[in-house]
Unconditional design. Structure first.
Length: 184
């Protein structure tokens, strides 16, 4: 049976797709131009918030992302009310990234949804796939942490600075290290 979906539909579904598809490349170029405007040093806070609403899937009130900020597409990111992302965050939003209300994310945090085939021959074709990331409400993610594809972080959790989160984190848990493990 032939898959009649577009490459973008496959990408958003988490299935194998080609990132070289013209529609996907155009979406990325839109995000690159947007980042140029967003990361401009002379923009007031209110203008930055308006720019977030231009590109993101959802933007809650009173949220803030300090520049520089980097993403793949932006349109797959939802950020809740009062959430805060510090300097130099990177979100590879090949599929959905949800950041809950009042979540605080430290500088240099990286959130990835992009995946690559494990088979080296398949990887040479350039195809990719993705897994969504969900970060709950009132989460604190320390600087330099890395959140890998498919991870869900429960409400009120704490991710230690520099941790690499490879699997789900329970509500209220504190995890640290590489790979991140429950502290205790």
């Amino acid at each position: 049976m032939t898959d009649l979906r577009t490459q973008k539909q496959r990408m958003l579904a988490g299935d194998l797709y080609s990132p070289m598809d013209p529609e996907i490349m155009a979406d990325h170029e839109t995000a690159v131009a947007w980042m140029g405007r967003y990361n401009a040093l002379d923009l007031p806070v209110g203008r930055r918030h308006a720019l977030l609403r231009e590109l993101f899937a959802h933007v809650g009130d009173h949220c803030s992302i300090r520049p520089p900020f980097h993403c793949d597409y932006g349109c797959n990111i939802s950020i809740g009310e009062g959430a805060f992302l510090n300097f130099n965050c990177v979100i590879l939003d090949v599929t959905t990234v949800t950041i809950g209300a009042r979540t605080t994310i430290g500088p240099n945090v990286q959130i990835y949804t992009a995946e690559h085939p494990r088979d080296p021959v398949e990887r040479l074709t350039g195809i990719e796939y993705s897994k969504p990331v969900v970060i709950g409400q009132n989460v604190w993610i320390g600087g330099g942490a890395i959140i890998l594809p498919g991870v869900t972080i429960g409400d009120d959790a704490i991710i230690g600075a520099g941790s690499v989160v490879t699997r789900d984190v329970s509500t209220g848990a504190t995890v640290v290290g590489n790979p991140a493990r429950v502290r205790g």
